[in-house]
Design a protein around this ligand. Structure first.
Ligand code: KG4
Ligand code: ZN
Length: 369
């Protein structure tokens, strides 16, 4: 797991259009993979559907799919204009083929296939999770191997990333994803949508020790997570207290965030221990946090401490590249294109698509992949 500058694949530069539509962001980006293996973002357009979903307090799949149909063509056009490129300049077209809300995935995937067919370009079907996983290659020019904590609205996993397309899952959630726990906490406290940033904002004025919330699976001899008990404890704390002031919400958010961070740190520490033998003696091991929840400042600080204690170098993409975007899809597409890992146009959209299909299934009702 030695950090490597991504210079072992000298070649000519390539330009890829990426499309992301697996949840509630309609996004298109143009990314160049330079000859030395580094990446450059030429355009990164993200149209959030927050306003459409806010009245419902969560993402409504049907509304999301329709919004992607309405906006995707315009977003692609704007990305091409911003980058100052035409279709003839592209070397490939990449789109998220899953996992995600199937209606939205179909919209992006069909659009990318149509462009690839019409312009006779290579087509790359990208796993959305791989997009998150490889973002540090684009932002920090770092290649695998590295340890990864992937924290998003649908997934919470610890993975060993050995190469593009080669992932070993070390642990996953046995029930809710951590982003889901943030979103449900925000909904309970009436903080608005999207939930994660709202909880983070509210927590700033709170006392993280005001409520003694549980730390599920802490200290266990594996790398799994559980957040559904924590979610129930938050509800109980809110319903049972006599307090009604604004400070109450802040205290709950801060206590919730502290509990989440402690769980994630503990499980990540376990993964570091379990993979220690795989580290060469002169290693510069890298730990990456990616996915929407990685935008959380308290989490980033907690992991800075953990990584400095354990001798890891922490890498975390800038906040706007932690949450869903198409630059990460274009980059994963460029990495695959470079390795000749292109797809045919009969690739099917997938609601579920694990990065490590060989991983043992874990018990629990809410496991997504
Ligand atoms: O990766 P992402 O944008 O979409 C998925 O692939 O799911 O992650 C979305 C999740 C949501 O649950 C959202 O509430 C959470 O990431 N999130 C945050 C923050 N920003 C987004 N959670 C905590 N703190 C944040 N600042
Ligand atoms: Zn995501």
């Amino acid at each position: 797991m030695t950090a490597q500058i991504n210079s072992n694949h000298q070649s000519r530069a390539s330009l890829v259009l990426g499309i992301e539509s697996s949840c509630d962001e309609t996004a298109a980006a143009i990314v160049r993979r330079n000859a030395d293996g580094s990446g450059t973002i030429l355009a990164n357009q993200v149209l959030s559907q927050d306003a459409e979903h806010a009245p419902f307090g969560g993402v409504v799949p049907e509304i999301a799919a329709r919004a992607h149909v309405t906006h995707l063509d315009g977003i692609i056009e704007r990305a091409m204009e911003t980058a100052g490129v035409g279709y003839a300049d592209l070397d490939g077209v990449a789109a998220t083929a899953g996992p995600g809300l199937i209606g939205g995935v179909i919209v992006g995937l069909m659009t990318a296939k149509s462009i690839a067919q019409a312009k006779q370009l290579p087509f790359i079907a990208v796993n959305h999770l791989e997009g998150h996983a490889l973002t540090v290659g684009l932002t920090d020019n770092i290649a695998a191997p590295f340890l990864l904590l992937l924290v998003s609205g649908g997934h919470t996993q610890l993975l060993m990333v050995s190469d593009v397309g080669v992932y070993k899952r070390l642990g996953t959630t046995i029930d809710d994803a951590v982003g889901e726990a943030f979103d449900k906490t925000a909904k309970l406290l009436n903080l608005g949508f999207p939930g994660g940033p709202a909880v983070e904002r509210c927590a700033r004025a709170g006392d993280a020790e005001a409520f003694a919330l549980p730390r599920p699976l802490l200290g266990q001899d594996n790398c799994n997570f559980s957040f559904s008990g924590l979610k129930t404890a938050v509800r109980r704390a809110f319903e049972q207290t006599e307090r009604t002031d604004d400070r109450l919400r802040a205290d709950i958010c801060a206590s919730f965030q502290a509990a989440v961070c402690e769980c994630l740190r503990d499980r990540a520490g376990r993964a570091m221990t379990l993979t220690a033998e795989q580290l060469p003696a002169d290693s510069d091991p890298v730990f990456v946090i990616a996915g929407g929840v990685a935008a959380n400042e308290t989490l980033r600080t907690a992991f800075e401490q953990l990584c400095s204690e354990r001798g890891f170098r922490l890498l975390c993409p800038p906040r706007e590249l932690c949450t869903d975007n198409a630059a990460m899809i274009a980059w994963a597409g460029a990495e695959r294109l470079h390795r000749g890992m292109c797809d045919t146009l009969d690739v099917a959209p997938r609601a579920r698509w694990p990065l490590d299909p060989l991983a043992e299934p874990v018990g629990g009702a809410g496991v997504k992949a």
